[in-house]
Design a protein around this ligand. Structure first.
Ligand SMILES: Cc1ncc(COP(=O)(O)O)c(C=O)c1O
Ligand SMILES: [Zn+2]
Length: 397
């Protein structure tokens, strides 16, 4: 790599820089790669290494014809990241961070997480044979906590929200010398997640989608998705870029609010843009964030790509779970259903045309939060073990 660049003030750092954030303004850093390295990495599977004996990434892209047709879309695709080892997109980031930690000879990696980054780090650390310390809000869904515990991580459920867990993880990593994988703060998570864009490009045989719709809390998956497409363009493999659309819950919409402010104003000086914290309250726990930790990078990506930022209410997110599952065969957790809820909104508001090639990222498996799925999918019919009972149940259809 060539070094780092700050998302806020554009100042660069040399490759041997040993800090985490911009020493001048505190902004998040982007890893700047040289084109030869990018081309070399696109040609291989960067996570395919004996140091991480797991199949991370290389997930399928499905043409979701029936789901798309249900609202008249002709070119809808689902990128199924639910099949990653810990069942979310976060494994891409954990892989990049753990490989970096191994390079540095560190034996403990810590993370603050709404749940998935923690279960993911625990999973990847288990495969790599290093220790994981996971800080989660006490309200994190039990499935995600149980995954992390089963993978052998030290799990600290903080009496507070994700933002409290984030600050505590930062302080503890400083105090105990751990490698901190937390989203936004660690520049290498983006390096893992950007590969998702490369995979979509390869699965589409080199076609570029019109839009990629990304579920967004901190904004790191989204900023990484944009980076992946920009690198494909930088090395000459594509000649145009997709719009990156942001899917949020209206109960956790800090990035959407900022995008709307920026898009309605004059050309922006990014060093002056600040995100305002919200009081997050949404059923989609993975995207429940007061102050997005990679917010500026995400806002830049949405605005520079010409994408939309959309916040949908929780009832539309919940309704999207059984819709996606029953019309595509892929079962999303609430956050991962938010892109489909967003696409429906955009079609309704005429922000998206029927023939656009749209890719929705399905970032986490529905089994991670059964209570939410159940509230939308309902209960089975309980019957006696007789054919009459089956007949009578069927007649109620
Ligand atoms: C399933 C799922 N989708 C989306 C997100 C949002 O990613 P980001 O916080 O980088 O915006 C997360 C983050 O935890 C997640 O677990
Ligand atoms: Zn800076």
């Amino acid at each position: 790599m060539n070094g780092y660049r700050c998302f806020a003030c554009d100042e660069t750092q040399a490759p041997d820089f040993s800090g985490w954030v911009c020493p001048t303004c505190g902004g998040n850093l982007d890893v700047v790669n040289d084109n030869d390295t990018i081309l070399e990495q696109i040609g291989q599977s960067p996570f395919d290494t004996p140091r991480l004996p797991l199949r991370i990434g290389r997930t399928p892209l499905y043409a979701a014809e029936r789901l798309g047709q249900s609202i008249g879309l002709r070119n809808l695709f689902l990128k199924d990241d639910t099949v990653n080892p810990s069942a979310s997109s976060k494994d891409r980031a954990s892989a990049a961070a753990v490989l970096r930690a191994l390079d540095m000879g560190v034996d403990t990696v810590a993370v603050a997480s709404t749940g998935n980054a923690g279960s993911s780090l625990a999973c990847v650390a288990a495969a790599a044979g290093i220790n994981a310390v996971v800080f989660v809000p006490e309200s994190a869904p039990v499935a995600k906590l149980t995954q992390a515990l089963s993978f052998g991580a030290t799990v600290l459920a903080v009496r507070g929200n994700y933002d409290d867990a984030f600050d505590l993880c930062l302080a503890a990593s400083d105090e105990f010398g751990w490698f901190n994988r937390s989203t936004g703060f660690n520049p290498f998570t983006r390096e893992g997640k950007k590969i998702c864009a490369w995979e979509i490009w390869a699965s589409l045989d080199g076609r570029v989608p019109d839009r990629v719709v990304v579920p967004t809390g901190d904004g790191n998956i989204l900023s990484a998705m944009w980076k992946g497409w920009c690198e494909l363009q930088a090395v000459g493999l594509i000649d145009r870029l997709p719009k990156i659309d942001c899917a949020q819950s209206s109960g956790s919409d800090a990035i959407t609010r900022t995008v709307q402010k920026v898009q309605s104003g004059a050309p922006v000086d990014w060093s002056t843009v600040r995100l305002e914290a919200v009081d997050a309250n949404t059923i989609a726990d993975s995207i429940a964030v007061d102050l997005p930790r990679d917010g500026l990078a995400a806002v830049r990506a949405i605005v520079e790509s010409g994408g939309c930022a959309v916040a949908v209410p929780d009832n539309e997110i919940l309704g999207a779970i059984p819709e996606m599952a029953s019309l595509s065969g892929i079962f999303p957790e609430p956050a991962a259903a938010s892109p489909w809820a967003t696409v429906k909104r955009m079609v309704k508001e005429r922000k998206l045309a029927n023939d656009e090639l749209v890719v929705c990222l399905v970032s986490g498996n529905g089994l991670k939060d059964i209570a939410s799925a159940q509230s939308a999918a309902g209960q089975p019919r309980f019957i006696n073990p007789s054919l009459d009972a089956v007949r009578s149940a069927l007649s109620k259809d």
